[in-house]
Design a binder for this molecule. Structure first.
Ligand code: GMH
Ligand code: CA
Length: 160
């Protein structure tokens, strides 16, 4: 045993060294694409990137387009994510539809996977289900939420 030229330890050291190089290259690549995602109006919060294409459409249209792109409609789960989304709304001066609705059960707002929301930032007096027709959620320039008809057209904002 141990007569085959390179010992197992030597082989492992070589493999770790290769992995270290690959990790360094990956870190540089990630850093570059984080800048790409943030420019000119995207935002990165933790592991999430919020990106708009500038397209405007109704809720179903926007939901489908985010899915098609491999993401989903922006679904803020805390104040930091909500603030990042608000910054994009401010830049475009247009409210966006969130990936939140009460289509299934009136008054029970859920994410697109059906889970009940864990964070909210309703405008005072909202959600009011105005005229009994508001099952989607828009976010205003002030960062506050309003339930709104899903048929309205809003700016697309996806998270990846
Ligand atoms: C009603 C009123 C307004 C409110 C809108 C809004 C529609 O018109 O209660 O004060 O801003 O509804 O909730 O989505
Ligand atoms: Ca409303």
């Amino acid at each position: 045993k141990g007569d085959s030229g390179l010992s197992e330890v030597t082989l492992l050291k070589k493999q770790v060294s290769v992995l270290q190089g690959q990790l360094t290259a990956l870190q540089a690549s990630l850093s570059k694409y984080q800048k790409v995602a943030a420019f000119p109006s995207g935002r990165i919060v933790g592991n999430k990137a919020f990106v708009t294409s500038g397209y405007e459409g109704n809720f179903d249209d926007l939901k489908q387009r985010c899915l098609q792109a491999g993401g989903q409609l922006a679904s803020p789960r805390n104040a930091a994510e909500n603030a990042a989304i608000q910054q994009i709304v401010i830049l475009h001066n247009k409210p966006v539809f969130l990936g939140i609705n009460d289509i299934q059960t009136e008054g029970r707002f859920t994410y697109l996977n059906g889970d009940a929301i864990v964070y909210s930032n309703w405008q005072q007096g909202e959600p009011n289900n105005d005229k009994g027709r508001e099952n989607c959620v828009e976010i205003f320039v002030n960062g506050k939420w309003n339930d709104r008809s899903c048929g309205e057209k809003r700016l697309i904002l996806c998270e990846f």
